[in-house]
Ligand binder design. Structure first.
Ligand SMILES: Cc1cc2nc3c(=O)[nH]c(=O)nc-3n(C[C@H](O)[C@H](O)[C@H](O)COP(=O)(O)O)c2cc1C
Length: 182
Protein backbone atom coordinates (compact mmCIF):
# COMPACT_ATOMS: atom_id res chain seq x y z
CA UNK A 1 0.00 0.00 0.00
CA UNK A 2 1.28 3.43 -0.96
CA UNK A 3 2.02 5.84 1.91
CA UNK A 4 0.50 9.29 1.91
CA UNK A 5 1.76 12.54 3.41
CA UNK A 6 -0.43 15.50 4.15
CA UNK A 7 -0.77 18.82 5.90
CA UNK A 8 -2.82 17.89 8.96
CA UNK A 9 -4.14 21.41 9.52
CA UNK A 10 -6.47 21.19 6.51
CA UNK A 11 -9.92 19.63 6.76
CA UNK A 12 -10.07 16.95 4.04
CA UNK A 13 -12.98 14.91 2.69
CA UNK A 14 -13.43 11.81 4.86
CA UNK A 15 -11.75 8.77 3.33
CA UNK A 16 -9.66 10.74 0.85
CA UNK A 17 -6.33 9.79 2.41
CA UNK A 18 -7.24 6.11 2.39
CA UNK A 19 -8.04 6.48 -1.29
CA UNK A 20 -4.61 8.08 -1.83
CA UNK A 21 -2.95 5.17 -0.03
CA UNK A 22 -4.78 2.50 -2.00
CA UNK A 23 -4.40 4.15 -5.38
CA UNK A 24 -2.24 2.64 -8.12
CA UNK A 25 -1.51 6.07 -9.62
CA UNK A 26 0.19 9.27 -8.54
CA UNK A 27 -2.26 11.48 -6.61
CA UNK A 28 -1.78 14.98 -5.22
CA UNK A 29 -4.03 17.50 -3.54
CA UNK A 30 -3.61 21.29 -3.53
CA UNK A 31 -5.37 23.89 -1.40
CA UNK A 32 -7.00 26.70 -3.40
CA UNK A 33 -7.67 28.62 -0.20
CA UNK A 34 -4.02 29.07 0.69
CA UNK A 35 -1.81 31.60 -1.07
CA UNK A 36 -0.21 30.12 -4.24
CA UNK A 37 -2.25 26.90 -4.05
CA UNK A 38 0.32 24.66 -2.30
CA UNK A 39 0.34 20.87 -2.24
CA UNK A 40 -1.23 19.60 0.97
CA UNK A 41 -1.17 15.86 0.25
CA UNK A 42 0.54 13.38 -2.06
CA UNK A 43 1.02 9.64 -2.21
CA UNK A 44 4.17 7.57 -2.72
CA UNK A 45 3.55 7.17 -6.45
CA UNK A 46 4.02 10.92 -6.78
CA UNK A 47 7.30 10.87 -4.83
CA UNK A 48 8.54 7.97 -6.99
CA UNK A 49 7.64 9.86 -10.16
CA UNK A 50 9.49 13.06 -9.25
CA UNK A 51 12.20 11.82 -6.88
CA UNK A 52 11.43 14.39 -4.18
CA UNK A 53 10.62 13.60 -0.53
CA UNK A 54 7.41 14.66 1.18
CA UNK A 55 9.12 17.31 3.33
CA UNK A 56 10.51 18.91 0.16
CA UNK A 57 7.16 19.29 -1.59
CA UNK A 58 4.25 19.52 0.87
CA UNK A 59 3.55 23.25 1.24
CA UNK A 60 5.03 24.07 -2.20
CA UNK A 61 3.25 24.89 -5.43
CA UNK A 62 3.79 21.99 -7.83
CA UNK A 63 5.45 24.18 -10.47
CA UNK A 64 8.82 23.25 -8.90
CA UNK A 65 8.77 20.27 -11.30
CA UNK A 66 8.99 22.55 -14.34
CA UNK A 67 12.41 23.11 -15.89
CA UNK A 68 14.27 26.41 -15.43
CA UNK A 69 13.77 27.16 -19.15
CA UNK A 70 10.00 27.08 -18.58
CA UNK A 71 7.16 24.71 -19.38
CA UNK A 72 5.83 26.63 -22.41
CA UNK A 73 2.22 27.73 -23.09
CA UNK A 74 0.70 24.82 -21.17
CA UNK A 75 1.65 26.63 -17.97
CA UNK A 76 -0.77 29.45 -18.87
CA UNK A 77 -3.48 26.91 -19.65
CA UNK A 78 -3.04 25.32 -16.22
CA UNK A 79 -3.16 28.72 -14.52
CA UNK A 80 -6.29 29.58 -16.50
CA UNK A 81 -7.88 26.30 -15.38
CA UNK A 82 -7.07 27.01 -11.73
CA UNK A 83 -8.30 30.61 -11.70
CA UNK A 84 -11.43 30.24 -13.86
CA UNK A 85 -14.28 29.06 -11.63
CA UNK A 86 -16.22 27.87 -14.70
CA UNK A 87 -13.61 25.16 -15.43
CA UNK A 88 -14.11 21.88 -13.57
CA UNK A 89 -11.38 19.54 -14.78
CA UNK A 90 -8.70 19.21 -17.42
CA UNK A 91 -5.71 17.28 -18.72
CA UNK A 92 -2.37 18.84 -19.53
CA UNK A 93 0.92 17.57 -20.97
CA UNK A 94 3.74 19.38 -19.21
CA UNK A 95 7.54 19.17 -19.51
CA UNK A 96 8.86 18.38 -16.04
CA UNK A 97 12.13 17.33 -14.41
CA UNK A 98 12.84 14.87 -11.64
CA UNK A 99 14.82 15.96 -8.60
CA UNK A 100 17.89 14.48 -10.29
CA UNK A 101 17.33 16.76 -13.31
CA UNK A 102 15.96 14.06 -15.64
CA UNK A 103 13.41 15.54 -18.08
CA UNK A 104 10.09 13.79 -18.64
CA UNK A 105 6.68 14.58 -20.05
CA UNK A 106 4.04 14.62 -17.37
CA UNK A 107 0.37 14.07 -18.18
CA UNK A 108 -1.50 15.89 -15.42
CA UNK A 109 -5.19 15.48 -14.68
CA UNK A 110 -6.82 18.04 -12.37
CA UNK A 111 -10.32 18.20 -10.92
CA UNK A 112 -11.70 20.78 -8.51
CA UNK A 113 -13.43 19.77 -5.28
CA UNK A 114 -16.19 22.04 -4.13
CA UNK A 115 -17.76 22.60 -0.71
CA UNK A 116 -20.33 25.22 0.31
CA UNK A 117 -20.68 26.30 -3.32
CA UNK A 118 -16.98 27.11 -3.70
CA UNK A 119 -14.04 25.23 -5.26
CA UNK A 120 -11.63 24.70 -2.34
CA UNK A 121 -9.29 21.88 -3.27
CA UNK A 122 -7.79 20.53 -6.48
CA UNK A 123 -7.10 16.86 -6.97
CA UNK A 124 -4.15 16.22 -9.27
CA UNK A 125 -2.93 13.02 -10.85
CA UNK A 126 0.36 12.60 -12.68
CA UNK A 127 1.36 10.07 -15.35
CA UNK A 128 4.87 9.86 -16.77
CA UNK A 129 4.54 9.59 -20.55
CA UNK A 130 6.82 6.86 -21.83
CA UNK A 131 6.64 5.83 -25.47
CA UNK A 132 8.29 2.49 -24.63
CA UNK A 133 5.40 1.58 -22.40
CA UNK A 134 2.53 1.80 -24.87
CA UNK A 135 -0.59 0.48 -23.22
CA UNK A 136 0.32 1.95 -19.83
CA UNK A 137 -1.81 5.02 -20.54
CA UNK A 138 -4.89 2.82 -20.87
CA UNK A 139 -4.12 1.09 -17.58
CA UNK A 140 -3.60 4.49 -16.01
CA UNK A 141 -6.97 5.75 -17.32
CA UNK A 142 -8.69 2.70 -15.88
CA UNK A 143 -7.02 3.02 -12.46
CA UNK A 144 -7.75 6.74 -12.22
CA UNK A 145 -11.36 6.30 -13.37
CA UNK A 146 -11.79 3.75 -10.57
CA UNK A 147 -10.29 6.17 -8.01
CA UNK A 148 -12.54 9.00 -9.18
CA UNK A 149 -15.63 6.80 -8.90
CA UNK A 150 -14.64 5.95 -5.32
CA UNK A 151 -13.94 9.61 -4.60
CA UNK A 152 -17.38 10.53 -5.94
CA UNK A 153 -18.98 7.98 -3.64
CA UNK A 154 -17.15 9.10 -0.54
CA UNK A 155 -17.66 12.80 -1.21
CA UNK A 156 -21.41 12.46 -1.71
CA UNK A 157 -21.51 11.11 1.85
CA UNK A 158 -19.80 14.29 3.08
CA UNK A 159 -20.45 17.83 1.89
CA UNK A 160 -17.87 17.76 -0.87
CA UNK A 161 -18.59 17.65 -4.59
CA UNK A 162 -16.06 16.45 -7.15
CA UNK A 163 -16.38 18.68 -10.20
CA UNK A 164 -15.74 17.37 -13.69
CA UNK A 165 -15.93 13.92 -15.14
CA UNK A 166 -12.75 12.12 -16.15
CA UNK A 167 -14.67 9.88 -18.57
CA UNK A 168 -15.89 12.92 -20.50
CA UNK A 169 -12.32 13.97 -21.33
CA UNK A 170 -10.30 12.56 -24.22
CA UNK A 171 -8.35 9.38 -23.37
CA UNK A 172 -4.78 9.84 -22.17
CA UNK A 173 -3.51 8.24 -25.40
CA UNK A 174 -5.44 10.82 -27.46
CA UNK A 175 -4.09 13.68 -25.32
CA UNK A 176 -0.54 12.34 -25.64
CA UNK A 177 -0.87 11.98 -29.44
CA UNK A 178 -2.24 15.50 -29.72
CA UNK A 179 0.56 16.92 -27.56
CA UNK A 180 3.16 15.47 -29.94
CA UNK A 181 1.82 17.73 -32.70
CA UNK A 182 1.90 20.92 -30.62
C1 LIG B 1 -3.09 19.42 -7.59
C2 LIG B 1 -2.11 20.02 -8.56
C3 LIG B 1 -1.09 19.24 -9.07
C4 LIG B 1 -0.17 19.77 -9.98
N1 LIG B 1 0.83 18.98 -10.45
C5 LIG B 1 1.75 19.50 -11.28
C6 LIG B 1 2.83 18.71 -11.75
O1 LIG B 1 2.95 17.52 -11.44
N2 LIG B 1 3.73 19.30 -12.57
C7 LIG B 1 3.62 20.61 -12.98
O2 LIG B 1 4.47 21.08 -13.73
N3 LIG B 1 2.61 21.38 -12.54
C8 LIG B 1 1.67 20.87 -11.72
N4 LIG B 1 0.63 21.64 -11.30
C9 LIG B 1 0.46 23.01 -11.85
C10 LIG B 1 1.26 24.08 -11.12
O3 LIG B 1 1.14 23.92 -9.74
C11 LIG B 1 0.76 25.49 -11.50
O4 LIG B 1 -0.61 25.57 -11.24
C12 LIG B 1 1.01 25.85 -12.97
O5 LIG B 1 2.39 25.98 -13.16
C13 LIG B 1 0.32 27.17 -13.43
O6 LIG B 1 0.44 28.17 -12.49
P1 LIG B 1 1.68 29.22 -12.42
O7 LIG B 1 1.71 29.96 -13.74
O8 LIG B 1 1.32 30.09 -11.26
O9 LIG B 1 2.94 28.43 -12.22
C14 LIG B 1 -0.29 21.13 -10.39
C15 LIG B 1 -1.32 21.92 -9.86
C16 LIG B 1 -2.23 21.38 -8.97
C17 LIG B 1 -3.32 22.26 -8.43
Amino acid sequence: MSRTFHDESVDLPEGLLTLFQRSRVSLTLADLEQPDCPLIAANDHFFELCGYRADEVIGQNCRFLQPACGAGPVRDRMRQFITDEALDDGKFVVPNETKGGKPFLNLIYMSKLKRGGKPRLILGSQFRINSERAGMAELYDRALTEDLRKLNLLTTESNWIVLGSFEALASSNAIIAQARFE
